[in-house]
Design a binder for this molecule. Structure first.
Ligand code: PBG
Length: 325
């Protein structure tokens, strides 16, 4: 009780405050999402994601080396697929010489120790822009997970360390784990987007990959943001099916879900600070309405405080700069 207890004593100087900090951020907490396109010498800025780029394989190789040099040791690959190669079954996703497969080999060759994670979902390959196979305007679950499992195997065969299913079909983790085991990839990990909500925060990402759904929305497979307990059900199931890392997505508006999961599960939890969150920070910073560096740092610490130990974020490089300042 006051005056014996004065909480301000632990805030008296920067050094004291640092000493008693409960949560810290490090470059090794991050997964860096990267967007890959066909071609060469291409580094094109994504209009709704300022300072973020789609890059061809030659630039990807340089970028992987740069990231490693500054201490960013995990990447999550996404590819932009030409319209000509898209169809309902996402056949191109299984091409052993497709862009994703080449991108995996490219990063692994440039930086063998880099943790390479890959997006597993049909949307960039789908003529409908949906994460699964479409039948009569509905998303087929059981046929889709067959393709997703083959896609994951193809990524493992190309050298991926973790596959990251972002599709929210039922039973896909089990299917993927089985096909990996059966084909002698017991060490390939699965980072499951286990609690992924149907969200309007994904808009800029869909611009980046030209992958917006051609009809309807994703509400029959991604989660309803009115719900909280469902995130626990989904995540516990994914762990049972073989997920090594689980994920909550989007980020800042879903800290309660991260906290709920951290109280329930023992596996590492990743938070995904998604494209719309990044776009909002950049837009407000551009108007000089916020202090970008300070707010990025504050939000990243909030993820850790909520219970995430891993953060996928477009701010990763900025975070390293901020941490080194
Ligand atoms: C694809 C996928 C999406 C994101 C990651 N993987 C988009 C979606 O589900 O529509 C969103 C990432 C972001 O917004 O940064 N299944």
């Amino acid at each position: 009780m006051f005056p014996l207890q004065r909480n301000r004593r632990l805030r008296t100087s920067a050094a004291v405050r640092e000493l008693v900090q409960e949560y810290k951020l490090s470059s090794t907490d991050f997964i860096v999402p990267l967007f890959v396109v066909e071609g060469s010498k291409i580094k094109e800025e994504i209009p709704s994601m300022p300072d973020y780029y789609r890059m061809s394989l030659d630039i990807l190789e340089e970028e992987a080396k740069n990231l490693w040099d500054i201490g960013l040791k995990s990447v999550l690959l996404f590819v932009k697929v030409p319209d000509l190669l898209k169809n309902n079954e996402g056949t191109e996703a299984l091409n052993s010489n497709g862009l994703m497969q080449k991108a995996i080999r490219c990063v692994k060759k440039a930086v063998p120790e880099m943790v390479v994670m890959t997006d597993v979902a049909l949307d960039p390959y789908s003529s409908y822009g949906h994460d699964g196979i479409v039948k009569k305007e509905e998303i087929e679950n059981d046929q889709t997970i067959e393709v997703l499992a083959k896609m994951a195997l193809s990524h493992a065969q190309s050298g991926a360390d973790f596959v990251a299913p972002s599709d929210m079909m039922d039973g896909r983790i089990e299917h993927i784990r089985e096909i990996l085991e059966m084909n002698s990839f017991p060490h390939t990990g699965i980072m499951s987007y286990s609690a992924k909500y149907a969200s309007s925060f994904y808009g800029p990402f869909r611009d980046a990959l030209d992958s917006a759904p051609g009809f309807g929305d994703k509400k029959t497979y991604q989660m309803d943001f009115h719900n909280r307990k469902e995130a626990i059900t989904e995540t516990l199931l994914d762990i049972e099916e073989g997920a090594d890392i689980v994920m909550v997505k989007p980020g800042i508006a879903y800290l309660d879900i991260i906290r709920d999961l951290s109280e329930q599960v023992e596996v590492p939890i990743a938070a995904y600070q998604v494209s719309g969150e990044y776009a909002m920070l950049k837009a407000a910073a551009d108007k000089n309405w916020i202090d970008y560096d300070a707010l990025v740092y504050e939000q990243l610490i909030a993820f850790k405080r909520a219970g995430a130990s891993i953060i996928a974020s477009y701010t990763a490089k900025d975070a390293v700069r901020i941490l080194n300042a």
